[in-house]
Design a protein. Structure first.
Length: 102
């Protein structure tokens, strides 16, 4: 089955439309679980805010992108709110630079 790193690389193609940075570098992806037997991938993730109107769009894009990968038959997107997203602690250095966080 596909590796966790390959899944992360695929998720880097999914951008938060309001911010313009991918969900991995934003630190929105909290966990990846793979079940090789069933071909299921479970993505635990959050959004930049509970009221984010584009949450379904982000989830849909991630779902579609992951289903294109070989060996993945099902994708489950689990939205969580804890820990609360904090760009100062969770963003990559690259994303912090783009957001102007130093």
């Amino acid at each position: 089955m596909i590796t966790e790193e390959e899944i992360k690389e695929t998720l880097k193609q999914v951008y938060d439309p309001e911010i313009g940075i991918d969900i991995v570098n934003l630190g929105l992806v909290y966990g990846i679980e793979r079940d090789e037997e069933s071909g299921t991938v479970k993505i635990k993730h959050t959004l930049t805010s509970p009221g984010c109107p584009l949450g379904p769009v982000i989830q849909g894009q991630a779902h579609q992108m992951l289903l294109k990968l070989p060996g993945i038959k099902d994708v489950k997107m689990e939205l969580v709110w804890e820990p609360q997203w904090d760009p100062h602690a969770m963003c990559s250095e690259e994303a912090k630079m783009e957001l102007g966080i130093f």
